[in-house]
Design a binder for this molecule. Structure first.
Ligand code: SF4
Length: 228
């Protein structure tokens, strides 16, 4: 519900129904203008926005949960995280989803960022993970929680923070793209910095084609036939 007349809207009072413009204003005031402009340029809004379906951030969460040796941590309101984790397990995630909760105090004092950083440090165990993905949902994005200030790497584990607010990303298809794009940017920087480690499984004699994207159950035979 929009805030009653004469009161000031705070991001922590808002959610899907808090008013997209209210959230955008809050995000701009919190220093996230560049993020909003990037999202608006990459994912034009239109009649397809936010159909009566899942929270857009589910796209990013799902991509993160499908990658080997990648941990995913959500930062957002408990009700959003409940819906997102419920749906991810409904779709067979079969692994934990990290969550950093907050309240009004940790949000306004900046403690939430410290809590996220601690969670990332605890999660970034090189024997278990190659990357940790942190996803800012609506309220932390509107409050300006600066995931770009997280360490880029901890003991060789890459740390990737993204803002995926429902008021800036039209559907979960675009949210998949947000995480895939962030990981590809990271990979490109690594490749430009020097030699990239050889695949653990070693190289086969035959030539290989690497495809990036989501596979649905019937895709592998079709892709194999196309390559053959
Ligand atoms: S994170 Fe998703 S569920 Fe939560 S308020 Fe934003 S759009 Fe709605």
């Amino acid at each position: 519900m929009p805030p009653p007349e004469g009161t000031i809207a705070r991001p922590q009072d808002s959610g899907c129904h808090g008013g997209r413009e209210t959230m955008r204003e809050a995000a701009r005031a919190a220093g996230k203008s560049a993020v909003l402009e990037r999202l608006a340029a990459d994912y034009p809004q239109g009649p397809h926005d936010q159909p009566q379906s899942m929270c857009p951030a589910f796209g990013s969460l799902r991509v993160g949960l499908r990658m080997r040796r990648v941990a995913t941590i959500l930062s957002g309101s408990a009700c959003c995280v409940y819906g997102l984790t419920f749906t991810s397990h409904f779709y067979g995630a079969r692994r934990s989803v990290g969550y950093v909760p907050f309240d009004s105090e940790t949000l306004v004092t900046g403690q939430l960022f410290e809590d996220i950083r601690d969670a990332v440090r605890r999660t970034a165990q090189p024997d278990a993970y190659d990357a940790v993905v942190v996803i800012n949902l609506c309220v932390p994005t509107a409050s300006g929680v600066p995931l770009d200030l997280l360490p880029r790497e901890i003991d060789g584990v890459r740390v990737i923070g993204i803002d995926v607010p429902g008021f800036g990303v039209p559907t979960h298809a675009e949210a998949k793209d947000v995480l895939a794009g962030a990981m590809l940017r990271y990979a490109r920087r690594e490749a430009e910095a020097g030699a990239v480690a050889r695949p653990r499984a070693g190289l086969a004699e035959d030539r290989r084609v690497t495809l990036l994207g989501e596979l649905f159950p019937a895709d592998p035979p079709g892709v194999a036939a196309m390559l053959a």
